[in-house]
Design a protein around this ligand. Structure first.
Ligand code: M6R
Length: 368
């Protein structure tokens, strides 16, 4: 069943090129037009939407955080992201023109399901992004986009996350098409980039051995930090979550801009810090990230930098470099997440932990 892999998680990480391809399959025409015939919401309904609220837990929440950057950029519809378990306890403002997007790999997460029920009672439209056909959350939603990752057995979400990202991009681009907030050729250009993602993910996976070597090198560490900006910020959060749940060590993700507002005090000699570099030419974010890396390096951090090919601006400040194929900023999370999955999987393996069934965790959390 594990196809020669030691863990389901590792197998699922390596299935991601296929999964990412399947999540896009059949959802666009050859000329880059999105087609979401499966969606049970009419174009009229989608034109009425004046606010989007994305709900989910854990990794699904981080997919939502990435989606916010993309959906607001492409559609100009205000988009909030909220932990499903917080959502219904704060009297959120929902109307019949609010689109609630519930992201859940399993489709059975109780916190998310309760939030879906609450949103529907408030007359909001609910769209599920889900991996499990016929599960409760899509059944109780107005519409669904299935992610087609295939069964995910490892407790840590991997291909579930990457395919959630693709589904969110498809949704954002479809909304932009229906509401004409982007020109058709701009949408087609992004679709074309998405089509190339399976090959790019495979390229990142081809570098797995180098990432495993880093994991083995840092196996004794008590703490790892993750820094990112823009769409790389949720990637940092996801990298930290993988490490917490699998390796049981302290791991935290930060927006790099927060460093000087507190977290830089954590930096000490030898502390491993993953840094997700924004692509070059991304307003000033690229240069600001270079400065952040310089600052933590000067304070003794051991920097592990994820950076696109051809960008040598951090070479002098990176202790380790992981190169990523060049893609648009908004799509970079699909690639930048993969080495962090590999790192957590290998570190936990070296530490002798059960990677597929980490202590205290269940694959789907069916109680609130
Ligand atoms: O099935 P769901 O996507 O609703 O699950 C949500 C979280 O419980 C899940 O993503 C959890 O955080 C994972 N174990 C993370 O790897």
């Amino acid at each position: 069943k594990k196809d020669g892999f030691d863990w389901f998680m590792r197998k699922e990480i390596f299935e991601q090129p296929r999964a990412v391809g399947d999540a896009l399959l059949g959802r666009h025409s050859g000329d880059g037009q999105l087609q979401l015939d499966e969606l049970r919401l009419s174009e009229h309904d989608l034109r009425q939407v004046d606010k989007i609220v994305i709900i989910g837990c854990g990794t699904a929440n981080y997919a939502g955080l990435v989606a916010k950057y993309a959906i607001e950029h492409w559609t100009r519809i205000p988009c909030e992201v909220e932990l499903a378990h917080e959502f219904r306890y704060r009297d959120p403002i929902l109307t019949s023109n609010t689109l609630v997007v519930a992201i859940s790999q399993s489709g059975e997460t109780a916190d998310t399901l309760m939030a879906v029920r609450y949103a529907r009672l408030q007359k909001a439209k609910v769209l599920a992004i889900c991996n499990t056909n016929g599960s409760t959350i899509p059944r109780e939603s107005d519409a669904v986009i299935y992610t087609h990752a295939g069964p995910e057995i490892g407790v840590a979400s991997t291909k579930g996350f990457l395919t959630q990202l693709v589904a969110c991009y498809v949704l954002g681009l479809y909304l932009a098409q229906v509401r004409a907030t982007k020109f058709g050729d701009e949408i087609a250009a992004v679709v074309h980039e998405l089509e190339k993602m399976p090959a790019h993910v495979q390229q990142v996976l081809d570098g797995a051995e180098a990432v495993y070597a880093l994991a083995r090198k840092h196996a004794g560490t008590r703490s790892v930090l993750f820094l990112g900006r823009h769409a790389g910020f949720p990637v940092a959060l996801e990298g930290a979550l993988k490490l917490k749940e699998l390796a049981y060590i302290h791991a935290e993700g930060f927006a790099a801009g927060e460093l000087k507002h507190g977290p830089i005090a954590l930096i000490e000699e030898g502390l491993p810090v993953f840094c997700v570099m924004p692509p070059q030419g991304r307003d000033q974010l690229h240069d600001k990230m270079v400065s952040a890396i310089q600052e933590i390096r000067a304070r003794g951090a051991h920097t592990l930098v994820l950076v696109e090919e051809g960008d040598d601006d951090v070479d002098d400040y990176a202790d380790e470099i992981i190169r990523l194929p060049v893609v648009p900023t908004l799509l970079q999370p699909i690639l930048a997440t993969v080495p962090l999955q590999l790192f957590a999987c290998e570190l936990a393996t070296v530490m002798g932990h059960d990677v597929d069934q980490p202590r205290n965790l269940a694959k789907s959390v069916t109680v609130e």
